[in-house]
Design a protein around this ligand. Structure first.
Ligand SMILES: *Cc1c(COP(=O)(O)O)cnc(C)c1O
Length: 370
């Protein structure tokens, strides 16, 4: 037997992936930490979801329901959907990967906007497909730019609405225009991770499209407004044949028992969701006004409909210096040079105390920079 001289060689397209960088969760040793880097719900989760989570204790040795039947039925009842067409994932991240995996491969193109969600690139490269990036319109999604980038090789288009990391929102008419102009063989994935933060009249029409169009997949998550990020539960809705293809490559038992129970309870706690949305709206407005008051120092808040705000820095204080200065005081935010946003800092809206505290530190940094 000869010893192997080399370790196994990963596929070239895998080595082309820049590893996902999660929001930091620790600052300097022994510091109080305020984590505003991952768009989690600062109010926690629904007490009803917590109670439901606990009921799983007696059955830890059993696999979860592989079909997530009760969860699918609860989702379908809430939104008026066909439960057979609801897919569930280990976070909506898994569903984004399933969409790329089932519909794109080597030689195909997957399209999304500059400053799109970081997982789109990973999901695309993972299957050997080619990422194609459409220019933004002042950080926002530009439907004309997306359409101009469609080629015969395009298989999947990812659009997050509201978008992360920009927080920008694309109205229903623009989503409809994008869908109407896409060739039928292109799967349009509408990633609605922040949809529950929108007002009722701001629905982008994604679920309505997914009910009837043959090529629209909507994804949602329990990680954001529902406050269940630790449990990793997402869901999606689309045409029966699309959903059937995704199931073929989904991991078996991909949503835990406790997660399924907690998610069902969270869906039913509309008061918690309404309270979270109202809190976010109030403090996001306050945050934006505070940033606008520092406009003469080069700070700008990109208009956001999500639970975070992207702040850009064009004056004496750089985004990097703001990030470091906030970190030194225990406030963890997200600086995103790896996504081409070295001028921007993404800040999750926290509790009142956290949001006021962060702003006081930021004001001090701006003043000290001159
Ligand atoms: C947070 C987020 C997700 C998914 O999160 P999961 O925890 O995997 O459900 C998906 N898309 C966008 C745009 C997000 O910001």
């Amino acid at each position: 037997m000869t010893e192997p001289t080399k370790s196994p060689r990963p596929k070239d397209w895998i080595m082309g992936i820049a590893p996902y960088v999660p929001g930091r969760s620790t600052a300097g040793a022994g510091r109080k930490v305020v984590k505003l880097s991952s768009n989690e719900n600062p109010l926690g989760t629904s007490p009803k979801a917590e109670a439901a989570f606990e009921t799983g204790r007696g059955s830890l040795s059993r696999y979860p329901d592989p079909g997530a039947t009760a969860l699918r039925e609860a989702i379908a009842a809430k939104y008026g959907l066909d439960p057979a067409r609801v897919i569930y994932g280990t976070g909506s991240d898994e569903i984004l990967h399933l969409a790329a995996g089932a519909f794109a491969g080597v030689g195909d193109e997957v399209l999304y906007v500059r400053y799109g969600f970081a997982v789109y690139e990973i999901a695309t490269r993972r299957v050997g497909a080619t990422p194609v990036i459409a220019p933004d319109a002042d950080y926002a999604t530009d439907v004309d730019a997306l359409l101009a980038a469609v080629t015969p090789a395009t298989r999947v288009v990812f659009v997050a609405n509201p978008n992360n990391p920009t927080g920008t929102y694309t109205p229903a008419a623009e989503i409809a225009r994008l869908h109407a102009a896409l060739p039928a063989h292109v799967l349009l994935v509408l990633d609605q991770a922040y949809a529950e933060y929108l007002a009722a009249d701001e629905d982008d029409g994604g679920l309505a499209l997914a009910r009837t169009a043959p090529n629209v997949l909507v994804t949602r998550t329990f990680s954001k407004i529902y406050g269940l990020a630790a449990e990793r539960i997402g869901w999606g809705y689309g045409p029966a044949d699309v959903i059937e293809a995704l199931h073929r490559i989904r991991a078996p038992f991909n949503v835990t028992s406790a997660g399924q129970s907690a998610a069902i309870a969270a869906l039913g706690d509309e008061d918690f969701v309404a309270h979270s949305r109202a809190h976010n709206g109030e403090w996001r407005d306050w945050f934006r006004q505070e940033i606008e008051a520092m406009g003469n120092k080069g700070l700008r808040a990109i208009p956001s409909k999500a639970n975070f705000v992207l702040v850009t820095f064009a004056g004496a204080l750089s985004a990097e210096a703001a990030y470091e200065g906030l970190m030194a005081e225990g406030y963890i935010t997200r600086w995103l040079p790896g996504q081409g946003l070295s001028e921007g800092l993404r800040v999750t809206i926290g509790t009142e105390q956290e949001t006021r505290g962060l702003m006081a530190v930021l004001r001090g940094l701006v003043e000290a920079a001159g």
